[in-house]
Design a protein around this ligand. Sequence first.
Ligand SMILES: Nc1nc2c([nH]c(=O)n2[C@H]2C[C@H](O)[C@@H](COP(=O)(O)OP(=O)(O)OP(=O)(O)O)O2)c(=O)[nH]1
Ligand SMILES: [Mg+2]
Length: 133
Amino acid sequence: MKTVKVVAAVIKEVNDNGEPIIFATQRGYGEFKDGWEFPGGKIEAGETPQEALKREIMEELDTKVKIGNLINTIEYDYPNFHLLMDCFWCEIVSGELKLKEHENAKWLTKEHLDEVEWLPADVILIDKIRMDM
Ligand SMILES: Nc1nc2c([nH]c(=O)n2[C@H]2C[C@H](O)[C@@H](COP(=O)(O)OP(=O)(O)OP(=O)(O)O)O2)c(=O)[nH]1
Ligand SMILES: [Mg+2]
């Protein structure tokens, strides 16, 4: 089975109540349409994961991010491919998180992480984020 290498950004901020919040996006097209994910995408030939992630967030959200620590590398077997996904904490440097490809987005506090229907591969990641955010 083919392996698809992906990078995803867990963009974190603090809300007006001083609580940490993360940015979740809903896919607007394709096989996983309507599923919730972290923005990002496939690493292209010659790119480091960090370069790929900066490019993807600019393409998908018109936003420049600073990439922080790796949260986790998720491996998941979908029926058609094996997913290998590096997930990084990120902070916004500039931009308004404009949804160019996604159909919806939400800022979630720790208490609301289960409020959206995450893609299957993200369920393990959410447990890790819950502990670390
Ligand atoms: N970006 C992202 N992809 C995820 C997550 N969880 C998950 O299973 N995936 C899967 C869905 C896709 O099969 C693949 C990522 O591909 P993508 O569609 O975002 O790739 P891309 O932005 O390069 O888009 P495209 O040009 O290939 O359509 O990883 C996640 O949290 N974020
Ligand atoms: Mg994408």
